[in-house]
Design a protein around this ligand. Structure first.
Ligand code: AKB
Length: 329
């Protein structure tokens, strides 16, 4: 009887590994997963030698997503059941280092997909992005299934990754789940190297100096989302039953769509003296190739996804919480 209980308890306690844990999504995802599944059951892993302060609440492992042998050994030896593979180069950084971006964004994925194919991992989360769409995609309320001709290295890697995820599911039954994240807005950890990063930078500069120069023009509408919604979506998708998850490439997620000008106006409601000007750089062309807004009815139908934070709520939280001392570090 005692043995049976022990066995059942062990069975219930899954071991989760988040690779790329020190990044913008990873930091908040690890904290949310630890709250839900227990601090010791969620290992944060990143190429950095030490955990960031935010991640010190639980186990940490230095792991390079490209170090296939080490990743395999760690996962097998520690009986990891679920992997969230977040290590990637984002759109703007990837354009500056295309070879490395392709390598990092693809090779790490194959390592994890193959471990699942061999039966070492039961479930995978792999993030895709609105970057899978391109200039020939319908830009308003972009459908789940549509023309996809991405023009960035990042977008091409995400689209290829989606195809491989679906292939491993169809051929080998690998339980892989994915979301096409819009731009993500948060204050816990800074984003790095994305085209949508202006929508985070703007809050730090509004609080620090009362002004901001946007690297996208005033009318660049892009889909965005407050991080708490993105984390909830990720965990809800991972907790959905296998039958509910009908799309094994990646799910559209809409979030809130706004332009730099609209965001500036929303900030001015709290900080009336805030000013914005515009100096578009190479990221403008990337933004111009992405959708204005997204249709996420498939996520709503399949696993009951519903957005919580609108523009006003997100702006209020960001202005209350961004810590401008982070910019100095
Ligand atoms: C980026 O801007 O590259 C990312 C994304 C939309 O995937 N935030």
């Amino acid at each position: 009887m005692i043995h049976l209980n022990l066995y059942n308890n062990r069975k219930r306690m899954k071991k989760i590994l988040v690779i790329g844990a020190c990044g913008q999504i990873g930091t908040e995802l690890v904290l949310a997963l630890r709250t839900r599944f227990g601090q010791d059951n969620v290992v944060a892993a990143d190429v950095k030698p030490e955990a960031t302060d935010a991640l010190k609440s639980g186990p940490y492992k230095q792991l390079d997503a490209l170090d296939k042998e080490n990743v395999r050994a760690y996962i097998i030896d520690n009986q990891i059941n679920e992997v969230y593979l977040l290590a990637a180069l984002l759109s703007a950084t990837a354009e500056k280092n295309p070879d490395f971006a392709w390598k990092l964004n693809m090779e790490g994925l194959f390592t994890i997909l193959d471990l699942a194919k061999e039966g070492h991992i039961q479930k995978i989360f792999w993030p895709s992005s609105i970057a899978v769409f391109g200039p020939t995609t319908p830009r308003d309320l972009t459908p789940q299934y549509t023309v996809m001709e991405p023009t960035t290295v990042y977008g091409i890697s995400k689209q290829a990754g989606e195809r491989w995820c679906e292939y491993y599911y169809n051929k080998f039954g690998v339980d892989v789940r994915s979301i096409r994240y819009p731009g993500l807005i948060s204050y816990t950890s800074l984003p790095g190297g994305g085209t949508t990063d202006y929508a985070v930078d703007i809050f730090y500069n509004a609080k620090k100096s009362g002004k901001y120069t946007s690297f996208l023009n005033s009318e660049s509408a892009l889909p965005m989302m407050y991080m708490e919604d993105a984390i909830r979506a990720t965990i809800e998708l991972m907790e959905a039953t296998k039958e509910e998850v009908k799309i094994r490439s990646s799910y559209n997620l809409a979030g809130i769509s706004f332009t730099p000008a609209t965001l500036a106006e929303a900030i001015q409601k709290h900080l009336p003296d805030f000013t914005i000007d515009y100096a578009p750089d190479f990221r403008q062309a990337i933004a111009d190739s992405w959708p204005n807004s997204i249709d996420d009815s498939a996520a709503a139908n399949d696993w009951h996804w519903k957005l919580k934070f609108d523009l006003e709520a997100m702006v209020k939280i960001m202005l209350e919480n961004v810590d401008i001392s982070k910019l100095e570090n």
